[in-house]
Ligand binder design. Structure first.
Ligand SMILES: Cc1ncc(COP(=O)(O)O)c(C=O)c1O
Length: 374
């Protein structure tokens, strides 16, 4: 029997219309998955090493030549000194942040960073403060006020493409601000930039040529790469430190060989400049034009990425619009509060290389009509 206080929490969720449910949406046109380039549906070269499981953690039997070769490929592709593979982006953020930021350190983080970053912050012993979303003036004030403690390292954490808004971080400014302070380090989560930003989808840091100015990058493979896993990109010393002190890296079974084969195949496609990278850019560009034509510009956040957000305040209202879209065959999901702040409930549309313009037009028309009827 679930304890009463937990049942009460569930009851509150029901009451506020924000109950989370697992729903399989099959045979709908995809405006919801993170498979931005369609790689999840493409054939894979099989793992030469045909074990089904890794059989142990990386520090025991789970490590292999396959990991070494793949990590070298990842580091070269991203122009990083080293790469270290994790089982997921959640693990990578949790492990990286909770192990590098120690007691006496300070973490300054964008208020919209992903839950995995927040959980890493909570697990670390460091003090933490959030700065207003992409607000460099606010970050500067916090750095000036709290940034020069004795023996204190300062970690500034952002996403390069924000997962719930689709906008981008001002990375040049973030680099400048962190370079101004001795002992400040920038960590960038590139989960939604990999495969989307840059000629070969290398991510925003590489696109802006800032590889050497960033302390660590996190790239994840469950999104545009269409598979699973993640990597932390950083210096040789950082990866040595993580191998020794990062508990979510150490105490878990390593990814199986077939997961490595999928990641390898994905990098092969990016290296060869897969045509879907350009196709996705084209869809994003045209979608933005359609948003203007449909009269919905003010409802949509500015975004040049695969994530497009239409603000429809109120859990019930946004759920109703999502249901109408789903009834017409489009898989568009509502993001409710408390996942986003109250009043900022939204439809989160994910664009893909395989979305066609007629469907984009239809989706926007259905949204516009639904809003008119409210
Ligand atoms: C910005 C960001 N970071 C990290 C993650 C976690 O990655 P994964 O799904 O590989 O655990 C996500 C996924 O939701 C994300 O959006």
């Amino acid at each position: 029997m679930l304890p009463d206080k937990l049942l009460r929490k569930l009851g509150m969720r029901h009451f506020s219309g924000s109950m989370r449910e697992l729903k399989a949406h099959e045979n709908l046109i995809d405006f919801a998955s993170n498979d931005y380039l369609g790689f999840a549906k493409m054939p894979v070269e099989h793992a030469p090493d045909s074990k089904n499981g890794a059989t142990g953690s990386r520090l025991l039997s789970g490590h292999s030549k396959g990991f070494e070769q793949l990590e070298e490929r990842i580091a070269t592709f991203h122009k990083a000194e080293n790469a270290l593979i994790f089982n997921s982006g959640y693990d990578a953020n949790l492990g990286l942040i909770s192990s590098v930021a120690v007691r006496g350190d300070l973490i300054l983080y964008d208020e919209l960073v992903h839950a995995s970053i927040r959980d890493g912050i909570q697990l670390s012993m460091a003090r933490s403060l959030k700065y207003r979303h992409n607000d460099m003036e606010h970050l500067k004030i916090l750095l000036e006020k709290f940034g020069d403690g004795i023996e204190q390292e300062v970690y500034v954490i952002t996403e390069s493409v924000f997962s719930m808004d689709g906008d981008q971080a001002p990375l040049h400014q973030l680099v400048r601000l962190t370079l101004d302070i001795e002992n400040a380090h920038l960590i960038v989560d590139e989960a939604h930039a990999l495969g989307v930003i840059g000629e070969h989808g290398e991510g925003l840091v590489h696109h802006l040529g800032l590889e050497n100015e960033v302390f660590a990058r996190v790239v994840t493979y469950g999104k545009a790469m269409g598979c699973h896993g993640a990597a932390v990109l950083g210096s040789f010393d950082l990866t040595q430190y993580l191998i020794n002190f990062c508990r979510p890296f150490i105490y878990t079974t390593a990814l199986p060989p077939h997961a490595l084969a999928l990641i390898n195949t994905g990098y092969g496609r990016l290296e060869n400049g897969h045509e879907n990278i350009e196709k996705l850019q084209d869809v994003i560009h045209k979608f933005n034009r359609l948003v203007v034509q449909s009269g919905l510009r003010l409802r949509f956040r500015e975004s040049e990425t695969a994530i497009q957000v239409c603000i429809i305040p109120g859990n019930q209202k946004v759920k109703d619009t999502a249901t109408q879209l789903q009834r017409k065959g489009y898989d568009v999901r509502a993001i409710l509060s408390p996942t986003v702040p109250e009043g900022q409930e939204r439809l989160r549309l994910c664009l893909h290389s395989y979305n066609n313009l007629e469907d984009c037009e239809q989706v926007l028309q259905i949204i516009a009509k639904s809003l008119k009827n409210k």
